[in-house]
Design a binder for this molecule. Sequence first.
Ligand code: PLP
Length: 357
Amino acid sequence: MSLVLTVDGDRWRAHLRGVAERHPGLVPVVKGNGYGFGLGRLARKAQWLGVDTLAVGTYDEIAHVASRFEGDIVVLTPWRPFGTAVEVLDDDTLVRRVIHTVSRTVDLPDLLGRRPDARFVLERLTSMQRHGLAARELWALAPTLADHPKARLEGIAMHLPLAQGSHLSQVGRLMTDVVGAELPAVAGARRIWVSHLTDEELTSLRASYADFEFRPRIGTGLWLGDRGALRVTATVLDVHAVERGDSFGYRGRTAPKAGHLLVVSGGTAHGIGLEAPTGDLNLKGRAGTLARGGLDALGFVRSPFSIDGKQRLFAEPPHMQASMLFLPAGSRVPAVGEQVDVRVRYTTTAFDHVVLG
Ligand SMILES: *Cc1c(COP(=O)(O)O)cnc(C)c1O
């Protein structure tokens, strides 16, 4: 009845270990839906990996990881003077473990006014243009830091875009800003938290800036880096033979030809969505498909479910907990209870359960 993620545990753990060994200073990113595995499970895995710090996306995610991971927790969403970011400052045990991200000059004195011993990284704006301080804003914070001797600067954070060519020239320019900022002479001023650098780029940066410590934040490449260790399956829940012209579904659609309707587990509640229509969408292409009797030309849309290695079409848009597929006559009809493979985007899928072997 479920949409299930099955993990080849030995293979997955070997991959996680390998990534950790190749990335000294690794900061696993544990955010959102936990990359499909769930936040709690990934927090325990980060503990098992033996890292000293993990990163969450939001302040509200802290509660999901804090009791499963013993180390420090970096919050990637920058601190703001409202909401959970402020509430967390009242928790004396958590305050020692949480590392805030400061991305605006006004926020640093505000945060330190509330918690003089707060731990934080200063985020430098990159070509991503999401959050972060401009070079002169970073420089302007040096006096604030000098005025707050208890403040715990833990590093400079840079969030780089997914690689389109090398990041090295950009990181080089950003490093020049860091060096020029005249931050206090604490270890954190020489610690750089980065994302989306290739192994070669990290090696090159470590050689160029030997007196800095680089901490790579990795989510996708860590948790989802070995897709061969993962399998997503749905279950056939029902099969109905239909003749051409039979109506079915919420909208009383009619079957374009004889075949089978297949009801499989997994629907909109799991994040199963419509995929791009198959084939050629221009008029000429559609006419050609129609002439061949192609179902896509009749508005049937490709589904992420595949049977016998062939991606199948939705009979109609996915329902909340199940989906209806159309199987044209002549295809092998799977039995109720049989598993079918599903291609999903892990970061937007809610599995009913995860089977970790
Ligand atoms: C999500 C995120 C990451 C990790 O990204 P992946 O592509 O999943 O490795 C790193 N840094 C920041 C700031 C992020 O928001």
